[in-house]
Design a protein. Sequence first.
Length: 273
Amino acid sequence: MGKGWRTADGRWACAGCGRKVSVTAGTIFDRSRISLQEWFAAAWYMTNQKHGVSALGLQRLLGLGSYQTAWTILQKLRTAMVRPGRDRLQGSVEVDETYVGGIEQGVRGRGTETKFIVVIAIEVLSPKGFGRVRMQRVDDVSSASLVPFVSATVESGAEVHTDGWKGYNGLSKQGYRHRVTNISSSGDPAHVSMPGVHRVASLLKRWLLGTHQGSVTAAHLDAYFNEFAFRFNRRHSRRRGLLFLRLLQHAVVTLPTRYRPPRSRDLIAKHNL
């Protein structure tokens, strides 16, 4: 764009062709009706709170007119929590599945009728400790679902540690060093043989129940996983402001995404209002 001027609506107009463009074009802020100040405040609340913030909580914090607006803001920020071109997991990686969702007995109004399968991969550090995590919802536990997840998540040549489930049998052919632990014959419980994935699974379920009342849907479940992984992978950061900075850096290089927010009556049913 050559020389131009700034228009009354905050966009820039080209002196040559008259085309107008916004500095937020091509980012998650594209065509947003709320101000950047509100976006930044939402990003700050989201990263500054240890366990995040729910859409209802964000609506109250920012004084937004509707729950749907707060929900859409959070969904777009969760999309931006995945850095484009991020590195795959390396070294020794544990992989296993778990289930999330379902009605929790004795807790009124929480959970869904459906359980979802989640496959988790986490780096195991030497001599102890854990590195980065990745997770994704899958339709089933067949090789057709599990092997592509590992291929997209773990660097070729890494050691992949799984249980004896046959759905992982094709990993060696994909260039991985596949280490198998048969839980039933090992003599150790699953959380001892594969502590990383079971710890992450426990933290994930606790977070979904505490921050989001356990209410999850298949369409948006991966967005919640993005937020959980973003927090977990930066858990050793000494300053919360660094998480805020990273989120904004990702936001300006993440293409805009459109969401259909939940209806008000769904919100009423979810919170028993």
